[in-house]
Design a binder for this molecule. Structure first.
Ligand code: KIV
Ligand code: ZN
Length: 516
């Protein structure tokens, strides 16, 4: 296949993915994910929306300064201040891109922007020119293109390309498109926009009707050569097109689609796990490619067929996306070198010796409780170690829980609040409820618990439990995570992690908001 058959993979996990309610990530977590995306050989990493908050700016800058093999991109509305801030954050990038957008559908122009179509074209052209003066690589998006009029799209796209945009993105912002119709839009645009050959056409599909991946692939068949997607399909509302599904569909059905990507697919699973661990959004077991059951055969007929000849029931190999590559199970006799090397194979590089030592100490503690340590355990352990290094207003010191048939569960906690230990005890309808009430007696956060979920990280009763706690206060949502072989301790850690996130986070602007 020639280079014109290459589909550019633009990952927006760190920007659109982070717009999932509760999926906010710290700067350090974003950098860790960006490094995993670089290792996956993602072409473009949308690192954030630089003007949204000082934290977003710092994260885009850190990613731009550290990532060398992928293009690093910042989103900006078609406003001077946004564009200048994006350019500033991208200064250190080897290869940077400014992604500027304005809404083009009648409903958005009339009710959100309160602008006439002519004004929208003028603002788009001004924005693209300003961005091009600051950065050679500029992408322009027609927000809500899925509900925009074709003639108007042709007009604004031609003007944006003339102004210097080299990528034109046609987002289905509200997940309204149907594959054959969306493909036809792309085909029409490629035929009707006179300077279409001077830009790469890109698609960005939301999953409100469960069609994000199907729409993206239909658009590729119609000639789109960039797909915007996220790991695990994370994203605003029902999410974005899932990177792993797009990439594996293109690879598995190259016979039909006739295109390819540069993604190094064996790193898909570890990246998926990293994103799930950091955001606290578990992957459903039957999720394509990365779900626990994606390659599990339950029926005897299927098992028999796969054992005789794998292709009888498998269209791609589990190894090709990173399953079953764990050749080495770690245990308490494993040394620091093996530990470091396994982390590196999982795409985890710790910043320095101090971080490695802290993670190794936790590994030894875990190995005393748990016979075999799997990759999933290592990923949870590192996430936990790094999370503990984030500013901790609250810290769990001890937890004691009494639960007996026929009696009301009781919990006693000691929590250090900015270094001063405080004690509380509480009763609850169950041991977790009692523990949370005791912590809340100290924290008095008044946040409401929106989600509590426990996942066994690996198999067996000695598995670590990974707990996610989602708290909401005043419209702000955070997800806290905790892992431990004792699920009550994991629960308390997750609750405290959520309280710390609630305490730390500064509010940030949403890219689709009318004003910053
Ligand atoms: O969904 C959307 O339209 C977006 C744009 C900002 C590209 O995320
Ligand atoms: Zn989007």
């Amino acid at each position: 296949m020639s280079s014109k058959d290459r589909v550019i993979i633009f990952d927006t996990t760190l920007r659109d993915g982070e717009q999932s309610p509760g999926a906010s990530m710290t700067g350090e977590e974003k950098l860790r994910i960006a490094k995993a995306l670089e290792r996956l050989r993602v072409d473009v990493i949308e690192a954030g929306f630089a003007i949204a908050s000082p934290g977003d700016f710092a994260a885009v800058k850190a990613i731009a300064d550290n990532i060398k093999d992928s293009t690093v991109c910042s989103l900006s509305r078609a406003l001077d201040a946004d564009i200048d801030r994006a350019a500033e954050a991208l200064k250190g990038a080897n290869s940077g891109r400014i992604h500027t957008f304005i809404a083009t559908s009648p409903i958005h122009m009339q009710h959100k922007l309160r602008m006439q179509p002519d004004q929208v074209v003028e603002q788009a052209v001004h924005a693209v020119k300003r961005a091009r003066n600051l950065c050679a690589d500029v992408e322009f998006s027609c927000e809500d293109a899925g509900r925009s009029e074709l003639d108007f799209l042709c007009r604004i796209i031609e003007a944006a390309i003339d102004a210097g945009a080299r990528t034109i993105n046609i987002p289905d912002t509200v997940g309204y498109a149907i594959p054959h119709q969306y493909a036809e839009t792309i085909r029409q645009l490629l035929n009707r926009v006179p300077n279409a050959d001077k830009a790469v056409f890109s698609v960005h599909c939301h999953n409100d009707l469960g069609l994000a991946v199907a729409n993206s692939l239909a658009a590729v068949v119609a000639g789109a050569r960039q797909v915007e997607c996220t790991i695990n399909g994370l994203g605003e509302r029902a999410g974005n097109a899932a990177l792993e599904e797009i990439v594996m569909a293109i690879k598995t059905r190259a016979d039909l689609l006739g295109v390819y990507t540069n993604i190094d697919t064996p790193h898909i699973l570890s990246t998926s796990r990293m994103v799930s661990g950091i955001t606290g959004f578990p992957v459903q077991p039957n999720k394509a490619i990365v779900g626990a059951n994606a390659f599990a055969h339950e029926s005897g007929i299927h098992q028999d067929g796969v054992l005789k000849h794998r292709e009888t029931y498998e269209i791609m190999s589990a190894q090709s996306v990173g399953w079953n590559t764990n050749k080495m199970v770690m245990g308490k006799h494993s040394g620091r070198a093996a530990f470091r090397s396994r982390l590196e194979e999982l795409g985890i590089t710790l910043a320095g010796e101090a971080e490695l030592n802290a993670a190794f100490a936790r590994f030894k503690e875990l190995a005393d409780k748990k016979h075999e340590i799997f990759d999933e355990d290592l990923q949870a352990l590192v996430s936990d170690t790094l999370a503990e290094e984030a500013p901790e207003h609250f810290k769990l010191v001890t937890l004691e829980v009494a639960s007996k048939t026929g009696e009301v569960p009781q919990a006693k906690v000691v929590v250090s609040v900015d270094g001063a230990e405080q004690h509380a005890d509480a009763q609850g309808s169950g041991p977790v409820d009692a523990a949370f009430k005791a912590i809340e007696a100290i924290a008095a956060s008044e946040a409401s618990l929106q989600l509590y979920s426990v996942n066994a990280i690996t198999q067996g009763t000695d598995s670590q439990g990974e707990v996610t706690v989602r708290l909401e206060k005043g419209g702000r949502i955070v997800n806290g995570n905790g892992a431990d072989t004792d699920i009550l301790v994991a629960s308390a850690k997750a609750y405290i992690n959520a309280l710390n996130l609630m305490q730390a986070g500064a509010p940030k602007a949403h890219p689709q908001a009318a004003d910053v």
